[in-house]
Design a protein around this ligand. Sequence first.
Ligand SMILES: [Zn+2]
Length: 77
Amino acid sequence: MITCSEAMRQLWEYLDGIVDEVDREAIDEHLARCRRCCGELEFARELRGFLASAGEEEIPGQVMDRLNATLEELDSR
Ligand SMILES: [Zn+2]
């Protein structure tokens, strides 16, 4: 099974539907078992929706902070 860090790295591609089928299945499997990543998936979905409507340059600082903090935390595990 892939790690949280691996799942998160591919989360955006997963949401965009551009991951390989093998990767998608691995992420699906991970998300089904990992509550923590499930929460991040919801967050990423919200953020993605926000980006789609507002444009990348208007991301609120706190949103970027949370995203960066999440990635850093995952990387350090
Ligand atoms: Zn996870």
